[in-house]
Design a protein around this ligand. Structure first.
Ligand SMILES: *Cc1c(COP(=O)(O)O)cnc(C)c1O
Length: 430
């Protein structure tokens, strides 16, 4: 399988090159040359063992760059934790994606990508430096996924005081090959510093820089797997309406790819917060200009979602066909808070703000279309957003066993001013 750039001004590459480069030289996103079809009926898909399923799905994309035994191991390790589909009401279930090592769905993509890079770098010819800016979840998943991977070092930039305590511990306690830079600024400062580093010849000449953001094919493609694991647990005759809390649209784009490859889905909903460029586009056909708006579901505070071009490509830019499969919704912070409260009161289930956006968008859609049922993705554990959750439920969210050891560890970060020069000085002086 080859991958082409959506800007169409760069050569075709294989999976390895697409993974190492992240973005094509013409700044386009990589897209698979064709969309493979699953070699199973929808009933066979239901009973395939998870590890076999994972390998079968990833094989067409990565199989010509990674030998079968290695790819089987990498795929299995990427989903080595539970993905339960939990019924909340007669019509609404939730796919819990927060049982991974950093309680984030991003664990799946980060684990897959880190292990691929580890394999590609097996002869240790040159150290790969992964540079990543995070507003919270990405950094933790990447740090954890890459911890101890030989030949790869990871540098994470995060905004001081702007991530939750659990998120900060996830970023700052790995040690080894992971360095956390605590920037005196906001997420956009971190992002700008990383972007500038990729354009700085002094750095690119000295380091093999790689990004680990959600546009990387090795993070995007394995996200299909949990939609299929949800299908295995789906109990109803009619295929599910699938609602995805969306920021950069990598997650929903993976679900829609799985559907194109043969997974049953009735409809997709992109659930957004006030950052509603795509819901607005789906409604009006117009792409508006917007700057990112800060909300309580902050992992989705993205002004212009990068992965949406991949969704357009999947539909050959046919808006009518796209709208038949995809709707958007924009949920306010106030409605998000009220949803956390109402769902807790009515069902006893504790949502995090991102899941609450998903719940309400799905609820609204199902109300309008009788007879439908669906699930939304719960993309974060509520313990990552303790303040708003406690405010709305009256109860502090429980701390899962998997993060308890984390609370005993010591934070290690390097403080940095929010300036590119400060970053450059630091990285060159090491
Ligand atoms: C990253 C993230 C999202 C958004 O996912 P995209 O793939 O960027 O759309 C949603 N919720 C949480 C908790 C996240 O960390």
């Amino acid at each position: 399988m080859k991958f082409y750039s959506l800007n169409r001004q760069a050569p075709l590459v294989d999976f390895e090159t697409a993974t190492v480069l992240g973005q094509a030289p013409d700044k386009g996103l990589y897209f698979p040359e064709y969309i493979p079809q699953f070699a199973y009926t929808v009933q066979q898909l239901k009973v395939l063992p998870a590890d076999e399923l994972a390998w079968q799905v990833m094989q067409p994309y990565a199989g010509d760059c990674i030998p079968e035994v290695e790819l089987r191991r990498i795929a299995a390790e990427s989903i080595s934790f539970p993905f339960p589909l939990v019924k909340l009401t007669n019509r609404i279930s939730t796919l819990e994606l927060f049982h991974g090592p950093t309680l984030a769905f991003k664990d799946v993509g980060a684990r897959f990508m880190s292990r691929c890079l580890g394999y590609f770098n097996r002869h240790n010819s040159r150290l790969v430096t992964v540079l990543v800016a995070t507003s919270g979840d990405t950094g933790g998943a990447v740090a954890n996924g890459f911890e101890g991977v030989e030949g790869v070092e990871v540098i994470i930039l995060y905004p001081s005081g702007k991530v939750s305590p659990v998120q900060e511990l996830q970023l700052t306690t790995c040690g080894h090959n992971i360095t956390a830079l605590e920037v005196n600024g906001v997420f956009d400062d971190c992002q700008a510093m990383v972007k500038q580093a990729f354009m700085d010849a002094d750095l690119t000449g000295r380091y093999q820089l790689t990004s680990a953001n959600s546009i990387n094919v090795a993070r995007w493609l394995p996200q299909q797997l949990y939609y299929l694991l949800a299908w295995q647990q789906w109990q109803y005759d009619m295929p599910p309406v699938i609602c995805v809390p969306s920021g950069n649209f990598g997650n929903i784009c993976a679900g829609m790819l799985a559907a194109k490859s043969g997974m049953p889905a009735h409809h997709f909903i992109a659930a957004c917060n006030a950052n509603d460029v795509i819901p607005h586009y789906l409604l009006t056909g117009l792409m508006k200009q917007q700057v990112a708006i800060a909300t309580i579901s902050n992992a989705m505070d993205v002004a212009l979602p990068s992965n949406f071009v991949r969704i357009l490509e999947m539909y050959d830019n046919n808006k009518v066909a796209l709208r038949a499969n995809l709707s958007g919704a924009s949920i306010t912070d106030d409605a998000t808070r009220q949803t956390i409260k109402r769902v807790y009161t009515e069902t006893g289930y504790t949502l995090d703000p991102h899941g609450a956006v998903g719940y309400l968008a799905l609820h609204q859609y199902l109300q309008a279309i009788p007879g439908t049922k669906g699930y939304f993705l719960e993309t974060a554990h509520p313990v990552k957003f303790p303040e708003v959750v406690e405010q709305m439920t009256g109860k502090a969210p429980g701390v899962p066993e998997i993060v308890k050891p984390l609370l005993l560890k010591e934070k290690r970060s390097i403080r940095l001013a929010a300036s590119y020069d400060a970053f450059k000085q630091w990285i060159l002086a090491r």
